[in-house]
Design a protein around this ligand. Structure first.
Ligand code: NAD
Ligand code: DAU
Length: 356
């Protein structure tokens, strides 16, 4: 089985490549533009594997994608390439429109042309798996409700709106042209190789640098956290066994307020790397202006993927967060250059609605 993983140099895509390459029956091509978020160092564990190869390309380049699909005789496309950070989408929505919407349109065109030219047996095996987010469903109240696959889309941020648009395009290419697509919508991932613009790695690295730990608003917003390797397993199942035309919600069943996430990280670091002077890292917590359009709560009902594909997360939030903190403590070779050369942890996405 030959996979094309787009965005494979990113956080989740690299976990997917590492996971798939462990199966000698798979061949994996990682197609990535290498934006600020792309990092080939995340592929170090597989870079010399016989079944892994890297292609430096942009999903907006339809010709390049088509050539790679044909060259590598691809059976399954897993489309993870995207601009992924909500705060950056507030500061500069253009790149999100370009990659997440136009790029998805281009890669769908390339996939359709490729699929139409396949012999019948390859044609029936082919899948286009689009990896999406729970953020397309929008804002849940604090006191109840969960996203199911049928929940209407109501995105709040330029990021989630661009992902929602891309999901609609993928479904349209199935309904109109018959392209065999599957979709998955996942909650917040965390784990090793997480780019330190996102809450969990940002807080770990700011704490180690004795910088403040920025909590938006009162820290009451709730996210459902999923360990990235559990997500990679779910994605393999959706791509290989999901029913064409269907979508699958993926979640960790681990709802936490942001403040409790940050406090738990502080407590883990207090034990593992105590501060000089004996104070707790909790003293570095700083409540800052809220994110504009900040969704209060996300919660995923993942019963469909459990029932239909037999998936369940293996890591709970406490064990997964401890593994994550330990990984960052042990792997400065990976994050040190990012903090020095790409992103040092400054506040992003503070623009107010009227000032954008
Ligand atoms: P990421 O920002 O870490 O990685 C994105 C990758 O895509 C990078 O390697 C980047 O170089 C590449 N890329 C960007 N534009 C490209 C283009 N035009 N052509 C080719 N490559 C390009 O993102 P992530 O957190 O790993 O998310 C991966 C996917 O999963 C995204 O589609 C995202 O919307 C979705 N998702 C993420 C989460 C999460 O918690 N991180 C949760 C649910 C869904
Ligand atoms: O739900 C899935 C989504 O999860 C993915 O689609 C996105 O690609 C991914 O980035 C993530 O989006 P969030 O906006 O939820 O993740 P982030 O880590 O940016 O923020 C998590 C929560 O923490 C959110 O409520 C905002 C808050 N936050 C974030 C940062 C960066 C803070 O309080 N302080 C911060 O400094």
């Amino acid at each position: 089985m030959n996979f094309l993983v787009t965005g494979g140099a990113g956080f989740i895509g690299s976990a997917v490549c590492r996971h798939l390459c462990a199966n000698p029956a798979y061949r994996v091509t990682n197609l990535d533009k290498l934006t600020y978020a792309g990092n080939l160092a995340s592929l170090r564990p597989v870079e010399n594997a016989h079944n892994y190869r890297f292609a430096h390309a942009d999903i907006c380049d339809e010709r390049a994608v088509l050539d790679i699909l044909r060259r590598d005789d691809i059976d399954i496309v897993m489309n993870l390439a995207a601009e992924s950070h909500v705060d950056r989408s507030i500061d500069g929505p253009g790149a999100f429109i370009e990659t997440n919407i136009v790029g998805t349109y281009r890669i769908l065109n390339a996939a359709l042309e490729y699929w139409r030219g396949l012999p019948e047996d390859s044609k029936s095996r082919f899948r286009f798996h689009h990896v999406s987010t729970d953020e397309v469903f929008g804002d849940l109240p604090f006191d109840g409700g969960m996203f199911v696959e049928e929940t209407p889309y109501a995105p709040s941020s330029p990021y989630s709106a661009s992902k929602a648009a891309s999901d609609h395009l993928v479904r349209a290419w199935h309904e109109t042209y018959g392209l065999p697509v599957v979709l998955s919508n996942c909650s917040n991932n965390y784990g090793p190789y997480h780019f330190p613009e996102k809450l969990i790695p940002l807080v770990i690295l700011n704490a180690l640098d004795e910088k403040t730990l920025p909590v938006y608003g009162a820290g009451a917003n709730v996210r459902d956290w999923l360990f990235v390797e559990d997500h990679a397993r779910a994605l393999e199942l959706v791509a290989t066994r999901g029913r064409p035309g269907e979508s699958y919600n993926v979640g960790g069943n681990s709802e936490r307020t942001n403040l409790s996430v940050v406090e738990t990280i502080c407590d883990l670091l207090d034990t593992r790397r105590p501060r000089a002077g004996g104070k707790s890292y909790r003293d570095l917590i700083s409540f800052v202006t809220d994110r504009p359009g900040h969704d209060r709560r996300y919660a995923i009902d993942a019963s469909k993927i459990g029932r239909d594909l037999g998936w369940a997360p293996s890591e709970n939030f406490d064990s997964g967060l401890a593994r994550t903190v330990d990984w960052f403590l042990d792997n400065k070779w990976w994050w040190g250059p990012i903090r020095e050369q790409r992103y040092a942890g400054e506040r992003l996405g503070e623009a107010r609605k009227e000032g954008v």
